[in-house]
Design a binder for this molecule. Structure first.
Ligand code: PMP
Length: 453
């Protein structure tokens, strides 16, 4: 059979991202075949609501013909143009200008990458160059937050604070440091917003004091921590952390790879806290996953310091596919779709999603429901009063994922029993209700499992 032979070829040849290679070989791949709107269809003809927008990226939904047209037109006209030698292409220039216009504050300078990991990696290089240009190269220590995810490049994976990205890889490096997360549901100081903000501010100040402010280059934060389990900080957290950085002349980097492009309501999540970072990283929703593209946003100060520091010399950072014209054409069309109603729809659907998920709070397995806009999580526990996590036996997350799949729903089931939601912003009310109904069915079925009681 067609899909059986594909499973064999996959097993023999395709190395999958972030997976247990041996478990994957045993279970075999599930081949996705087509998609429309918020629905994906696998090779067996099974239709599923995509509650995770691929990998929190297909914000505009599948099958947007205007994107296909924009990409096709660009492929015909000019499929490639380098940015080296002073060359460029119209879509890349227009997209950079549009992003500068739409982003907060003076983030006026855009460097395009292929995705989020190389966007984060680029910021590390730009930041080092920035301090060399300023004549303070000793500022070379980087701080990020436990449970944070900043990609899996060689340097970026050390800013990431999720164990599987470190173990066996020699990460993090000695210049990469962490402070505890705000993780409201499990914060040792309790759930009071101000107490949590104070604890984070205290931890950042303590880390800066330990390292010496004159050695600290930058602090990285996601406005909402995504891959760590959709951890939503109290309102004001970002502002408070930003203020500590300003006080100590430390660059503040907002990693908006997940939260950017309408995922949490506004175009960028840091707008919610009225924070303008010094650098911002984006990817995913920028092209909604139709083609690869990421972007680093730099403030006037960061860009001009680097430019002046280099003088006539080349700033030696770049890729063959920086500012790819086809990706840029897709990015421009995605931005048009966001402005043309998708952001509004996402805000409306986000309210329904959060209300729906909160209605699951009465379920015996649900310990916490959290989120903002179309980015949410349900944290499962076996004992609500004690907040006992699901037993860490392997495969429980997999079992829940499989069950949801059989119920016609794609969600992210994190190993610690957190279910992640990031549906396309185009979702209808019926689709949101379907996500909630299928989740409840999946939870009910899981309640029958002996090992989760
Ligand atoms: N930063 C954040 C906040 C992310 O969520 C991700 C990906 N999930 C990345 C960086 C890395 O992006 P990519 O997978 O496109 O390399």
């Amino acid at each position: 059979m067609f899909s059986n032979s594909l499973i064999e070829l996959d097993r023999a040849h395709l190395v999958h991202p972030v997976s247990s290679y041996r478990s994957h070989e045993r279970m075999g791949v599930r081949v996705l075949k087509s998609a429309r709107g918020a629905t994906v269809t696998d090779a067996t003809g099974h239709h599923l609501l995509d509650g995770f927008a691929g990998l929190w990226c297909v914000n505009v939904g599948y099958g947007q013909e205007s994107i296909v047209d924009a990409a096709t037109k660009q492929l015909r006209e000019l499929p490639y143009a380098t940015g080296y030698f002073g060359l460029g292409s119209e879509p890349a220039i227009r997209l950079a200008a549009k992003l500068a216009e739409l982003s907060p504050g003076d983030l006026n300078h855009i460097y395009f990458t292929l995705g989020g990991s190389d966007a984060v990696d680029s910021t590390i290089r730009f930041i080092r160059y920035y301090y060399h240009s300023k004549g303070t190269p000793q500022k070379d220590q980087f701080i990020s937050v436990e449970y944070g995810y900043h990609g899996s490049s060689t340097a970026g994976s050390g800013l990431t604070a999720i164990p599987v990205f470190h173990a066996g890889f020699g990460a993090p490096f000695h210049w990469q440091h962490k402070i505890p997360s705000h993780y409201v549901y499990r914060n040792p100081v309790g759930s009071n917003s101000q107490a949590i903000i104070d604890a984070s501010v205290g931890a950042l100040r303590a880390k800066i004091a330990e390292l010496g402010a004159e050695r600290v280059a930058a602090f990285y934060a996601e406005p909402i921590q995504g891959s760590g389990g959709v951890l939503v900080p109290p309102v004001g957290w970002l502002t408070a952390m930003h203020a500590v950085c300003k006080e100590h002349d430390i660059l503040f980097v907002a990693d908006e790879v997940i939260t950017g492009f309408g995922r949490t309501g506004p175009l960028f999540a840091c707008e919610e806290d009225d924070v303008t970072p010094d650098l911002m990283t984006t990817a995913k929703g920028l092209t909604s996953g139709y083609v690869p593209l990421g972007a680093v946003f730099m403030s006037d100060n960061v860009y001009n310091t680097i430019a002046d520091g280099a003088g006539k010399a080349d700033v030696g950072h770049g890729y063959t596919y920086s500012a790819h014209p086809v990706s840029a054409a897709v990015g421009l069309e995605c931005l048009r779709l966001y402005e043309d109603g998708l952001l509004d729809n996402g805000r409306r659907a986000g309210k329904r999603l959060m209300a729906g998920l909160r209605s699951l709070a009465d379920h015996p397995l649900v310990g916490d429901v959290r989120g903002r806009g179309m980015l949410a999580a349900v944290e499962l526990v076996t004992d609500k009063a004690r907040k006992t996590p699901l037993p860490p036996e392997a495969d429980l997350a997999r079992r829940i994922f499989d069950r949801a799949w059989n119920n016609g729903l794609v969600i992210r089931a994190f190993a610690n029993g957190v279910l992640g939601y990031a549906p396309p912003l185009c979702c209808t009310d019926e689709e949101i209700d379907g996500i909630i109904e299928r989740t409840r069915r999946t939870l009910d079925q899981t309640l029958d499992d002996k090992d989760v009681r």
